[in-house]
Design a protein. Structure first.
Length: 127
């Protein structure tokens, strides 16, 4: 949602910025073991073997979003396979709630409040 709001603000200001978002699908990394309780970790290990793709393939959506020149701003990229769990990158659709523009603005505002950082497009300095 933050990426969508960044794109909206950049377009509104006439700034030639493209904001993209990407997700790796289900990639075999240590993230599956970083937070779950110890008793869930064996299930995660089996899931990694059965369903996970390599971390290298999981990195491709981010690389695709960052390097494909003809993607429009606001594109969301993820794996092309079943339920976006695995596969090569392509443009995907975010969850329906992610397209609520009022929530984009609210997330941006809360982020500014919590960080104490605001940014005005066209301004030479952020403050």
């Amino acid at each position: 949602m933050f990426a969508f709001e960044l794109q909206r603000r950049a377009a509104e200001a006439g700034v030639g910025l493209k904001s993209m978002a990407a997700h790796p699908g289900y990639s075999r990394t240590n993230l599956q073991f970083a937070a779950p309780p110890v008793y869930e970790r064996p299930f995660m290990a089996v899931g990694n073997v059965l369903f996970g793709q390599s971390a290298d393939i999981g990195a491709l959506p981010t690389l695709y979003a960052a390097t494909v020149p003809d993607l429009p701003g606001g594109t969301y990229v993820g794996p092309s396979g079943f339920m976006e769990q695995r596969g090569y990158p392509h443009a995907v659709t975010a969850a329906g709630k992610a397209y609520d523009e009022d929530q984009w603005r609210r997330l941006w505002e809360v982020s500014e409040e919590l960080t104490g950082v605001s940014y005005e497009f066209g301004s030479s300095a952020a403050g």
